[in-house]
Design a protein around this ligand. Structure first.
Ligand SMILES: *Cc1c(COP(=O)(O)O)cnc(C)c1O
Length: 225
């Protein structure tokens, strides 16, 4: 009853629900730096989607949980030499941001697996140091993904610049929502807008996020942070 993970999960779901106004919004538990035991504990509480940033760390956890019916999302910057492992072991890639990754991802997706779900990551605040494509590159990348039967385009992801003014952050989420609506006109199957984290999930959900990515609000501060 006083299990901190259970309390945190319930609190997080309540925050999402309060912001969503009856809309369905999914929760991705960001388990980077967390041990397998905490993934298992959260899965036992009903959490079914986990996000990882580092391929090597993730592969160890995925291999340790073959019995869990959960989806693994890769959400970190993707190097081209890691495409094969992401395509083989994950159900989702949220951080596709350049054309050269598309062919290796498709080539390495095992034929017996369902298509890899793909989100295009957008650098919505035009930050020099950040991953993500420019907003005007989304349509071209979307075409490339849709041309590959091994990949399934599901939508967009963004990590807006942290900003003390909630209105500034909210404006970035609104720009993402606009891009998402444009993409959906061209690709009606697209259904996922991944934005919002522990600090700002309310603003993201208010602007139309369908999936929020939450780490520290579930697990507590990360050991390495
Ligand atoms: C770490 C991380 C998160 C979760 O961040 P918190 O602030 O701990 O909720 C979400 N998305 C990405 C891409 C991350 O790297």
């Amino acid at each position: 009853m006083s299990d901190p993970l259970c309390t945190a999960l319930t609190a997080c779901r309540k925050r999402i629900e309060a912001a969503a106004g009856g809309r369905k919004v999914d929760l991705l538990a960001v388990s980077k730096t967390q041990p397998v035991a905490r993934v298992r504990a959260l899965a036992a509480l009903g959490q079914t989607a986990f996000g990882e940033n580092y391929v090597q760390e993730a592969l160890v956890k995925i291999a340790a949980c073959p019995d869990l019916a959960v989806d693994w999302h890769f959400i970190g910057p993707l190097q081209s030499n890691k495409c094969a492992e992401v395509a083989r072991h994950f159900q989702w890639l949220q951080s596709l941001d350049r054309a050269k990754l598309v062919a290796p991802l498709a080539r390495h997706r095992p034929p017996q697996s369902p298509p890899l779900n793909v989100l295009i990551q957008v650098n919505i605040d035009d930050e020099a140091s950040k991953s993500g494509c420019r907003p005007d590159e989304v349509a071209g990348l979307a075409d490339l993904v849709q041309a590959r039967p091994a990949l399934r385009l599901r939508g967009l992801m963004a990590i807006p610049r942290p900003h003390p003014d909630a209105n500034v952050r909210r404006a970035a989420f609104a720009r993402m929502r606009h891009l998402f609506d444009q993409l959906r006109k061209a690709c009606p199957d697209v259904d996922t807008l991944s934005m919002g984290m522990s600090e700002d999930l309310e603003q993201a959900v208010a602007e139309g996020a369908t999936l929020v990515r939450v780490g520290s609000a579930l697990f507590g501060p990360r050991p390495s942070a």
